[in-house]
Design a protein around this ligand. Structure first.
Ligand SMILES: Cc1cc2nc3c(=O)[nH]c(=O)nc-3n(C[C@H](O)[C@H](O)[C@H](O)COP(=O)(O)O)c2cc1C
Length: 215
């Protein structure tokens, strides 16, 4: 058995997703605003009895994509051997996905960007130039929620944060269930004082869980 066979055993690329919601935060701050928002969204999900799991990308050691293109043949990332091996099965198994990122310089954090780039191995490419492509996650009724939090009050200061998650998720085959931009929040955990936002987050989780359970 080769190293690739071992990896493919660990990462079941051909299974259909389950009724489960995975929340992934790209904030480097422990107990920061993204953490608080994720907790409240998942509280709403749990009220509907849909299994959940949360992931903080800062807890995983993984590198950005190195563009080796080995995944085109191997169908999973074999060019790097790191913490993403633990995350691929979680993503493939959960039909619902929540991505959260604070705005860092008008964009998603470096953690979230590296994570999204590492999902490149879930595409199939043909041999034309430019290459035609499809996603191996498409056509499986997958849905996603996108959350972004930033300090400034004008949405333009959030820059590309929402789009930088929306476009790759849509390309991967996710229907965007809802987007939640949270403005004017700076200090670590400051969103805890914003009852209206927290209620909105739990309510979003509840509706998202219903939609995942019904499909
Ligand atoms: C490196 C860095 C860059 C930031 N860039 C922006 C920005 O472009 N626009 C903005 O409104 N807030 C910006 N912020 C503020 C954060 O988005 C804000 O503090 C947010 O609430 C942090 O969320 P967290 O606690 O989940 O990490 C930046 C913060 C850091 C550390």
């Amino acid at each position: 058995m080769t190293a690739n066979d071992n990896l493919l055993k660990k990462v079941p690329v051909d299974i259909l997703p389950e009724q489960k919601i995975l929340g992934i935060s790209g904030s480097p701050r422990i107990n920061g605003n993204s953490d608080v928002l994720l907790k409240h969204i998942l509280k709403g999900v749990q009220g509907e009895d849909v299994p959940t799991e949360s992931v903080h990308l800062r807890d995983y050691y993984f590198q950005p994509c190195i563009g080796c293109e080995r995944c085109r043949k191997d169908k999973i990332c074999t060019g790097l051997n790191d913490g993403m091996n633990l995350l691929y099965p979680k993503i493939i198994q959960a039909r619902g996905l929540i991505l959260l990122s604070p705005t860092h310089n008008y964009n998603i954090t470096a953690w979230m960007k590296a994570f999204i780039d590492r999902l490149y191995c879930l595409y199939e490419f043909d041999d034309n130039r430019p290459r035609g492509w499809t996603s191996r996650l498409a056509g499986q009724n997958r849905k996603a929620v996108i959350v972004a939090v930033c300090e400034q009050q004008d949405k333009k200061d959030m820059g590309f944060t929402i789009e930088a998650m929306r476009l790759p998720l849509q390309a991967l085959g996710y229907e965007i269930f809802e987007e939640l931009p949270v403005l004017k929040i700076f200090d670590r955990g400051a969103v805890k004082k914003e009852e209206e936002i927290l209620m909105k987050a739990s309510e979003l989780g509840r509706r998202f869980a219903k939609s995942i359970a019904e499909a």
